[in-house]
Ligand binder design. Structure first.
Ligand code: ACO
Length: 330
């Protein structure tokens, strides 16, 4: 069984910055509240003419260049997103058309903010089964397209961005690559974080638009309580599946939803502060993209080095949660 190795990583964030002070002009909020309750100071917003697949393309092009491979050599494309360009066709199909003239199979994965972790396990499984040799796993979300900028309880939290990795079948006996994965979901919490209308349950109508049901709704306190349990569990189960313990973990790259959630999980796991990656301050919650964005940041600043055991752990709408355990290097 070949192991799936990350051979390329690329990310993209839009240029436009929405600061806490900008938000003060839109809703009844203030910088001090946002910083103390979430850790967020600013987030990036895509242009109106920029869709999820456009950000996905930028991140993918960088990941492919980093891996030194051509898009046409990909065997499969997975796009994790909660904000597809359109309900159908898939964002993966639109991305494929931008990346390569050659047809390549692909699919979208929707699993809340855990979507990229789901995509990584699926991509790794394709490779381990020897079905495909090279899989692009993309995360892209334009949350600003579904955030209600009249609702202060959610408007302050989210931002836009994208990330991507190339997964390839590693040489026999390689120490690097994806060591273990853990995924879970409990749909009893489905309505705690949802986009109520626009699907088959509640198709778009004048009434759904007037009721602002095409914007995401969240029961923040319930999601918070879920997250502070789910995040540590995802880390511990993922490590255990890889035959590892917390002592073996060199870096934890958690989903960036709220700094208080990350800090609570870190304390619960009793992990040193320098091992936990945080960049929520500058990007807010970019959903599926938050982990690859944080991963690229530590790679760039030199904190991520070959041989490290890195745990990527997420939670989100569904409710979903899970982790990927990687030995970094290729
Ligand atoms: N500015 C100022 N005041 C605010 C704001 C705001 N932006 N938002 C809420 N408040 C007020 C509330 O109205 C409330 O006032 P009251 O006491 O007079 O009623 C007070 O602040 C406290 O509100 P809470 O909702 O209890 O605040 P809390 O500390 O729980 O923080 C938050 C809210 C940040 C949303 C938190 O619950 C949270 O982070 N939850 C988890 C969210 C999350 O992780 N979501 C992403 C999941 S991943 C995915 O799939 C997208």
């Amino acid at each position: 069984m070949g192991r799936a190795v990350i051979t390329g990583l690329g990310t993209y964030v839009p240029e436009r910055i929405l600061s806490n002070h900008d938000l003060e002009q839109l809703v009844d909020t203030n910088d001090a509240w946002i910083v103390s309750r979430t850790g967020i100071r600013e987030r990036r917003l895509a242009r109106d003419d920029q869709a999820t697949s456009d950000m996905a393309y930028e991140a993918s092009a960088r990941a492919l260049a980093d891996a030194h491979v051509e898009a046409s050599s990909l065997d499969f494309i997975i796009v994790a997103t909660n904000t597809p360009d359109t309900l159908f066709p898939s964002t993966a199909a639109r991305l494929q058309a931008r990346l390569s003239e050659k047809p390549i199979p692909g699919v979208d994965v929707q699993a809340g903010c855990t979507g990229w972790i789901y995509g990584l396990q699926m991509g790794a499984a394709f490779i381990e089964a020897n079905m495909y040799q090279r899989v692009l796993v993309v995360a892209s979300d334009k949350l600003s397209s579904i955030v209600d900028y009249e609702d202060r309880s959610t408007a302050v939290l989210f931002g836009d961005g994208a990330g991507a990795v190339v997964l390839e079948s590693g040489p026999a006996g390689t120490p690097f690559g994806i060591l273990a994965s853990y995924l879970n979901a409990d749909g009893r919490g489905a309505d705690l974080l949802a986009l109520p209308a626009g699907g088959s349950r509640s198709p778009a109508s004048r009434e759904t638009v007037d009721s602002r049901l095409h914007f995401l709704k969240m029961s923040g306190n319930d999601v918070f309580r879920f997250a502070v349990k789910a995040l540590p569990e995802a880390v511990e189960v993922g490590l255990a599946r890889g035959g590892l313990s917390l002592q073996d973990m060199d870096l934890l790259v958690p989903h960036q939803a709220n700094e208080r959630i990350i800090d609570a999980a870190r304390r619960q796991l009793n992990v040193a502060e320098h091992k936990v990656v945080k960049n929520i301050e500058r990007y807010g919650n970019t959903s599926v993209a938050s982990i690859p964005l944080a991963l690229e940041e530590v790679r760039q600043d030199g904190r991520l080095v070959d041989g490290m055991v890195v745990v990527l752990a997420a939670f989100g709408s569904g409710l979903t949660w899970g982790s990927t355990v990687v030995r970094w290097g290729k």
